[in-house]
Design a protein around this ligand. Structure first.
Ligand code: NI
Ligand code: MN
Length: 227
């Protein structure tokens, strides 16, 4: 079995596994990098790492159109559930077997206020284990933290890490994160959306591949990676 991982710019991703369409942090319509709009994307599940507008994004609009189930922390799923969406609450350290795989929420060092100022609980990342055992770690917006080594102990095939600095890890700390996680492949995210998070992903790829055994895949918005 294989999966297809597509990037849409910033921190918006689609994962296709076994015919299921899973969106992660679906920020399309106000995302200057996205080549598609929220009206065009398929979704069976939507995963939301934290409450910020560039991550909750178009979740409400897409879930209303598609009937997708939203997986996020307890506070964010309460907020989305009040808007009539189908939700599945989890929390950090907790995993659940969804039809496409096992999803565990991981620690992230960040904020999580929702767009209207509501409390969005603790920010999170996702560790997704497919039905055939591949592990995908999407850190979400986060600073570097030593627990990344514990996530790496699980054997990560693909890690998706922010490199843009200012709001999240920058290039130096993201390189340290790769050393803690030791993923087979890593995809950089959360850069070049705005001037404040400008970063050169090719320069980062060169450093990572010189100093670690991980392979970096730099994807333009709309491009996919398959394992
Ligand atoms: Ni954020
Ligand atoms: Mn963000």
């Amino acid at each position: 079995m294989s999966f297809k991982f597509t990037v849409y710019g910033h921190s918006t991703f689609a994962l296709e596994i076994d015919g299921y369409h899973i969106l992660i942090d679906p920020f399309f319509d106000d995302n200057p990098q996205s080549p598609v709009t929220a009206d065009e994307v398929a979704a069976d599940f939507i995963l939301v790492t934290h409450g910020h507008g560039d991550h909750v994004g178009d979740s409400v609009k897409i879930a209303q159109r598609t009937g997708a189930k939203v997986i996020s922390n307890f506070e964010i799923t309460n907020w989305l559930g009040e808007k009539g969406l189908d939700v599945h609450p989890q929390h950090i350290g907790g995993g659940f077997h969804h039809p496409f795989g096992y999803v565990k929420l991981t620690q992230a060092l960040h904020g999580s206020a929702l767009p209207d100022g509501s409390y969005g609980g603790m920010p999170a990342g996702f560790l997704i284990t497919t039905q055939t055992g591949e592990k995908i770690y999407i850190s979400g917006d986060t600073g570097l933290f030593p627990g990344m080594a514990l996530i790496g102990e699980e054997g990560v095939d693909l890690a998706v890490l922010p490199i843009g600095d200012n709001f999240t890890m920058g290039a130096d700390d993201a390189l340290r994160a790769v050393k803690l996680i030791s993923p087979k492949y890593v995809i950089p995210s959360h850069y070049n959306t705005w001037d404040v998070i400008k970063e050169d992903p090719e320069a980062w790829k060169t450093r990572v591949e010189a100093e670690t055994d991980s392979q970096v895949r730099v994807l333009a918005p709309g491009e996919s990676f398959s394992l």
